[in-house]
Design a protein around this ligand. Sequence first.
Ligand SMILES: Cc1cc2nc3c(=O)[nH]c(=O)nc-3n(C[C@H](O)[C@H](O)[C@H](O)COP(=O)(O)OP(=O)(O)OC[C@H]3O[C@@H](n4cnc5c(N)ncnc54)[C@H](O)[C@@H]3O)c2cc1C
Length: 397
Amino acid sequence: MEKNYEVIVIGCGGLGSAALYRLGKEIGASVLGIEQFKLGHSRGASQDHSRIIRLAQHQSEYAALAPHAYAAWNEVERESDVKLLTKTGGLVIDAVAERDAANTGTRNIDGYVAAFEEFGFDYELLDADELTGRWPQFHLEGSERAIFQKDSGIVDAGKANATHIALARAHGAEILEETPVRSIRPSGNGVEVTTDHRTFFADRVVVASDAWTNDVLEGAGVRVPLTVTQEQVTYYATPNLHEFSTNRFPVFMWHGEHNFYGFPVYGEVATKMGQHMGGLPSPVTGDTRTFDPDPVRQLRYREFLERRIPGFLGPEMYTKTCLYTVPPDQNFILGALPDHPQISVAVGAGHAYKFAALIGDILRDLAMDGESRYPIEAFRIDRPALTDPALAQTFHV
Ligand SMILES: Cc1cc2nc3c(=O)[nH]c(=O)nc-3n(C[C@H](O)[C@H](O)[C@H](O)COP(=O)(O)OP(=O)(O)OC[C@H]3O[C@@H](n4cnc5c(N)ncnc54)[C@H](O)[C@@H]3O)c2cc1C
């Protein structure tokens, strides 16, 4: 048996690296992070230049956490002196006619407005003319409605993962990369963690393994219903750099026939666009996923941009694939195993990067105190959506 640790974090992606930093800050070398691939790898969910951060949430559970997410990122920026957030403002556009025609049931903006009102976040409601008056980059049909929220923007995921890892190390945390955890086994009040060549013992384990969550939890006799999808984003080498700079073009989410989202020029000298849950039709696993772009989505993005934001386009720089891991209700999993409270689990459901710094702090709470200061009741691992097979999937695509 190797050295004992107070806490072992399994998975050093966006959420695990944030947990390592928060735990390292508290218990230094008594926390160990174990990552199966090299740090910064591109096989999971968290490696890219940009992720959208926003106060705009259509569910109260997330709106309640959103201001804390910004505060947590600001703490990391202050301690590291590394800039991770870029505020661009954000548009949520409801393509009413397109949505109705396609009857896709994607969400409208009323839920966001209700949450803004409930939590007192300022916002602007715009009609199509008001929107194109301020952002002529958009070509709209005329029935669109939109909300603009000034605090939305970009969190630099790749830089943030590396910053969390560096800060964790600065506080004494130990990290093993290229070391797959083969099994975990609850043992007394602690957990045995086995890799190819070593077995560790920890008082607490944090499972932040996203697409591989069920592989890791098998040893604890737990399996949660998760759908893993292969998502993709495309970078366009637009010639219109000035028009699409972070000072002039906001991050956007488009709710129409499909749920698209996009970024101004950031990370690459290119704009970037993706589709939420675009990979749903053909689920994968963390091991069966490919790096091959889906030409259907590549064409779908291009056709949408030609119609709605033509200046955003340019020669395709590259298309990057990435994984979502989604419970049936599309909500986070954040909490301890009821039968093994020494093991806590985090699954980001395809929309957690904006909360990563905060989730790191929540995982600290769960590992150190057995409960969190933040309202996470809605994300329990034993909630009906995860335990009652009769309950249908409620994916918003
Ligand atoms: C295309 C795309 C766009 C997105 N856009 C946004 C956005 O705009 N805003 C937003 O908030 N969120 C967004 N998300 C979601 C967000 O990126 C994820 O929710 C978040 O990154 C999940 O982080 P994670 O740490 O759980 O996953 P990961 O980064 O995948 O980390 C899990 C880690 O566990 C490791 N691991 C697994 N099994 C083992 C094992 N047995 N032993 C050791 N290590 C193991 C893996 O190798 C991996 O490094 C997007 C996701 C994708 C794919």
